[in-house]
Design a binder for this molecule. Structure first.
Ligand code: IPD
Ligand code: CA
Length: 270
């Protein structure tokens, strides 16, 4: 079987994403031992950015610029490089900044690379668990941790009543209240709800079958890109609440046999 140029490119992008997610994650988890560093606010009084969000983005962006100078790069903390190569990167240097700030586990470094056909390589590294989640489009999704390396598989759930469902809330208090109202309207119809605090990790937990589904509205593109490819490659179905393509504004990722029933519950609760 011959190896196509697309496969070669995907492998190169995947290797870069994986190694930078680990390098940045190790750097900032070590730095976190002596506190969360300098803190500013962004869109609202509770939307925080620390000096380590910025340091993580700097490390990742400098390395991508050096390795692939023609690529476009978008980072949550302000990087907006246009490119010429047809490859673009979406970086969340710390997804789950509130967890990071409060010293809770479960924050991640999330890196996705896209070509003309969409996300092609993804890496989400969770330092507190030393777990690395990766995917290459068309080649499956993998978890690597202290127990080794194995494929990720979505759960086989089909019944919302038995489903453990992750969700998240935005930083805007009005939006957060609407989101909580929706959760209050559907929580009786599922097993339970989890709000763990990092969208990329929620997506990876869905990929691993640790939760049966995840939904949220109002994400940034950097929250979604890597984890969504990982979830799809693990066999999850991904979309908006009406079954159209997933988008940062509205995403539901679920075990394939659960998606339609859960989408209908989420729509009816809206
Ligand atoms: C946030 C987290 C959170 C989600 C928010 C995101 P950040 O990202 O992923 O779980 O509920 O919508 O904005 O700000 O920590 O990178
Ligand atoms: Ca972030």
């Amino acid at each position: 079987m011959s190896i196509s140029p697309t496969d070669v490119l995907a492998s190169e992008l995947s290797a870069i994403a994986n190694s930078l997610a680990v390098r940045a994650g190790v750097l900032i988890s070590e730095a976190r031992q002596s506190g969360a560093g300098l803190v500013d606010t962004k869109s609202t009084a509770t939307d925080m950015v620390t000096e380590y969000d910025r340091a993580s983005e700097r490390l990742i962006v400098d390395a991508i610029r050096a390795a692939r100078p023609g690529d476009a790069i978008i980072g949550e903390e302000g990087t907006a490089d246009t490119g010429t190569s047809g490859v673009s990167w979406l970086i969340d240097p710390i997804d789950g900044t509130t967890n990071f700030l409060f010293g809770l586990p479960g924050w991640a470094v999330s890196i996705a690379a896209a070509d003309a056909a969409g996300t092609v390589a993804a890496a989400v590294y969770v330092p507190s668990a030393q777990e690395m989640f990766t995917a290459i489009r068309g080649a499956g999704a993998i978890i690597e941790d202290r127990f080794g390396r194995r494929p990720l598989r979505a759960s086989s759930a089909t019944d919302p009543a038995g489903a453990l469902v992750a969700t998240g809330f935005g930083y805007d208090p009005i939006r957060r209240t609407e989101q909580a109202t929706r959760v209050a309207r559907l929580i009786h119809a599922v097993r339970d709800i989890r709000r763990l605090g990092a969208a990329s990790v929620d997506l990876c937990h869905t990929a691993a079958g640790r939760v049966d589904a995840y939904f949220e509205e109002g994400l940034g593109p950097w929250d979604l890109a890597a984890g969504e490819l990982i979830a799809r490659e693990a066999g999850c179905r991904s979309g908006d609440f009406a079954g159209g393509p997933a988008r940062p504004a509205e995403v539901l990722v679920a075990a394939p046999g659960l998606f339609d029933a859960l989408a209908s519950l989420v729509r009816n609760a809206s």
